[in-house]
Write a protein that binds this ligand. Structure first.
Ligand SMILES: O=C[C@H](O)COP(=O)(O)O
Length: 252
């Protein structure tokens, strides 16, 4: 089964608008062809509309780093799925471990966000991943399966098939410790088996599963060669244009 890979940057809380524009100017005309790979960048909400304008004809998808699950109302400070859709934002990360840890997001919140995004026509990038403690206790598979099961609760198989799931071991995020390609592949395989158990083989074969956690231009090729890994969600190495383009070199 061949799935189109998706390489997505996650800028987190970084950059000002001038730097955002400079970055897009630097990658102008240099992205691989759209039929080989989907390329996305998740940026702070303040910059998303500008990014859609600045990207011009470059095959760059724009992603939110987070979203709320209501489309309107008295929810000061939040951004709605319908607002993203209306501005041409194609993806939104949900359930990143930093949101779960620092902003106390629960699986239930994340599930509501996934449903609201799908309803609005924005593709969720649903994150899962375990702490070092859970990894060392050998409980990664059960932890990640439970996160996926809760995150997907009540979502139709046809929608799951079009989603992106990102496996990001917390111990590998921003630490320089990439999970070995074997570990990453094994746990992405656990995610796929969980989807298969819930929705059957066709959906499991279609859903795209990214690995994230200290992915660098030097490590991306081996990770992407693995059976169950269909892309990467990249923090640090997506911040500079050269390094971001380096991640995409294998698709040139
Ligand atoms: O969403 C991206 C991940 O948190 C990975 O970040 P990192 O590549 O800096 O380790």
């Amino acid at each position: 089964m061949s799935r189109k890979p998706i390489i997505a940057g996650n800028w987190k809380l970084n950059k000002n608008l001038k730097e955002v524009k400079e970055f897009i100017a630097k990658i102008d005309g240099k992205l691989p062809a759209e039929d080989k790979v989907d390329v996305a960048i998740a940026a702070p909400a303040l910059y998303l509309v500008s990014m859609v304008q600045e990207r011009g004809n470059n095959p760059l998808k724009v992603a939110a780093e987070n979203v709320y699950f209501e489309n309107s109302g008295a929810f000061t400070g939040e951004i709605a799925p319908a607002m993203l859709a209306a501005e041409g934002i194609e993806y939104s990360i949900i359930g990143h471990s930093e949101r779960r840890e620092y902003f106390h997001e629960t699986d239930e919140d994340i599930n509501k966000k996934a449903k609201a995004l799908i309803e609005a026509g924005v593709t969720p990038i649903l994150c899962c991943g375990e702490t070092l403690e859970t990894f060392e206790a050998g409980k990664t598979a059960e932890w990640v399966s439970a996160q996926i099961e809760a995150g997907l609760a009540g979502i139709d198989g046809k929608d799951v098939a079009n989603m992106v799931i990102a496996y990001e071991p917390i111990w590998a995020i921003g630490t320089g410790k990439t999970a070995t390609a074997e570990i990453a592949d094994e746990t992405c395989g656990v995610v796929r088996s969980t989807v298969e158990k819930l929705y059957g083989k066709e959906v499991a074969d279609a859903v795209r599963i990214q690995y994230g956690g200290s992915v660098k231009p030097e490590t991306v090729a081996e990770l992407m060669s693995k059976e169950n890994i269909d892309g990467a969600l990249v923090g640090g190495a997506s911040l500079e244009a050269d390094s971001f383009l380096g991640l995409l070199e294998i698709y040139k």
